[in-house]
Design a protein around this ligand. Sequence first.
Ligand code: F6P
Length: 324
Amino acid sequence: IRKIGVLTSGGDSPGMNAAIRSVVRTCAFHNIGCVGIYRGYQGMIEGDFKEMGPRSVNNIINKGGTILKSARSMEFKTPEGRKKAYDNLVKAEIDAFVVIGGDGSFTGALLFNSEYDFPVIGIPGTIDNDIFGTSHTLGYDTALNTVVEVIDKIRDTASSHNRLFLVEVMGRDAGHIALNAGIGAGAEEILIPEEDMGLDRLLDSLKKSKAAGKSSSIVVIAEGDKIGKSVFELKDYVESNLPEYDVRVSVLGHMQRGGSPSCFDRVLASRLGVKAVESLLEGKSNFMAGINQDKITLTPLEQAIKGHSEIDSELLRVSDIVSI
Ligand code: F6P
């Protein structure tokens, strides 16, 4: 392998820049070329490439977002799109690539590899932490800290007005952000996609909170929760069933994906970048570099996609206990 491409794909996450920096500098350390591929797989299809050296990634370790930009490419889902991408990689003399992204990005990489036998290693980058084979994805730790910081502010106003706040956080299919940030921010209840809490239990719990002398409350709700109502419908429902509550809604949205990465995410990104490049140089392909019990590991991409990053049920129990 003489030249490696690097791209970020799917939803961006804090720490992606630190990972790009690590990939570029590990290539330089081993005296091989590195090419930045812009806008994910779409840039691969359009040949939007730029040679990168150690100085191209100065002063980015602390930056959120991705200097390579990101996209969710529809064209890469077609055989024609992938053929164009392959032709561009060959023309640019790129022998392998590192893709930083989530399961959609890994699915594209596997498909591409099955057609063109092109060496690839994945680095998990998503705030959702929903990838099997790594205890942490890049950006997850930063997003948790962002959410906790914001809920702390919401708590100030909630307690001043004796209000109940429904705070919606990201996570279409995964409740890791809601559950961990919920515990970290001291939420009364946490609604996640993995468990159907049911409306009755929620109302019951809120009634108990009032009876226990709490004057304000925070309920953290993952986007993809199973309650079957939007957060605004839920506000109306709670207010009509529990008139003693004055309810407000806060949808945190994309702010959760931005900001300077935490030290944890920067170190993780640096370690995963080194592992990804060195694995390619050792002739490995179709793996995802991840972290488990503070050791950097490789998991077959296929397992990373198909496996489930399960919710720790002990956390649900902890949340119930500490919110009484
Ligand atoms: O997968 C990361 C994520 O931020 C999810 O938590 C969220 O549901 C989704 O991306 C939002 O996607 P988009 O930026 O395309 O609106």
